[in-house]
Design a protein around this ligand. Sequence first.
Ligand SMILES: C[C@@](CO)(OP(=O)(O)O)[C@H](O)COP(=O)(O)OP(=O)(O)OC[C@H]1O[C@@H](n2ccc(N)nc2=O)[C@H](O)[C@@H]1O
Ligand SMILES: Nc1ncnc2c1ncn2[C@@H]1O[C@H](COP(=O)(O)OP(=O)(O)O)[C@@H](O)[C@H]1O
Length: 289
Amino acid sequence: MRVLEKAPAKINLSLDVLHKRKDGFHEVKMIMTTIDLADRVELIDLPIDEIRIVSHNRFVPDDQRNLAYQAAKLLKKRYGIKRGVSISITKTIPVAAGLAGGSSDAAATLRGLNRLWNLGLSFEQLAELGSEIGSDVAFCVYGGTALATGRGELIEHINPPPHCWVVLAKPTIGVSTADVYRNLNLNAINHPNVDGMVNAIQNGDYAQICHYMGNVLESVTLRMYPEVANIKEQMKRFGADAVLMSGSGPTVFGLVQYESRLPRVYNGLRGFCDQVFAVRMLGERNSLD
Ligand SMILES: C[C@@](CO)(OP(=O)(O)O)[C@H](O)COP(=O)(O)OP(=O)(O)OC[C@H]1O[C@@H](n2ccc(N)nc2=O)[C@H](O)[C@@H]1O
Ligand SMILES: Nc1ncnc2c1ncn2[C@@H]1O[C@H](COP(=O)(O)OP(=O)(O)O)[C@@H](O)[C@H]1O
């Protein structure tokens, strides 16, 4: 049998870090939402008890380091499953980009294997398993739009933001999330108003959403990689309504309300970056279909 799952990327419309925890992780408060840029994860039964990763992307590990592999292994162990699976990942989401591509592949693997192996697990159970793999996996199990707290695994669903376009530009560098958190100076943070962003989204107020966009991790990544700041500047110059780095970066996204303004932003950025995308904000939980 064969099961196909869509694995969409996320952006962080607002990202605050509150403090460093005793377990070494940081306590966060952030708004995550899915966008229409997705990997495809295909799961096929194998006649032998083995997990196989097929991905024709040189940046994606094809062994136990792959987060999709870890998802399958965790499910097998937790539920004593003695079946094999081939996990074929078609990458569209840039790797190590702040867009949770690997986490979304892991989440898609959890959802897909739940179907393939008839496990009957709820999304809540899958999200709990996912949080053992990585902080962003729980959100990716559900998709949609959420306020995420804890180390990012505590999910509170909120309304989708109003429809708009998202232009993404990723410079050729890849960023290590662990490095960015390690280099964050907690005493010099300009905290974004995450509650203001929640209200703006619940009210469907596009101008206020643009106003409240903020990400404390920008301070670290922009210092490490000045080209990210340059891309932000260019995106503003080409007419995006609001511009922010996603997650730990280095991808920069810009919101554009009117489709007529999109070509100028998209084409302008293509001159600076080889990976540029113009996609829709999805934001609704049924966007995984
Ligand atoms: C920054 C964010 C924002 O959504 O996204 P990305 O930039 O990775 O997409 C997330 O917090 C990233 O989540 P994720 O990529 O799943 O991180 P994990 O694998 O759990 O952790 C990688 C490393 O980052 C640090 N880390 C992560 C999450 C957190 N709340 N505090 C941390 O200090 C830890 O050093 C950890 O070892
Ligand atoms: N399925 C996967 N897709 C992409 N990267 C993966 C995957 N599994 C493991 N990785 C590893 O995870 C690292 C972070 O990748 P990714 O999830 O794309 O970034 P981010 O956490 O910044 O959004 C990569 O350097 C890669 O080696």
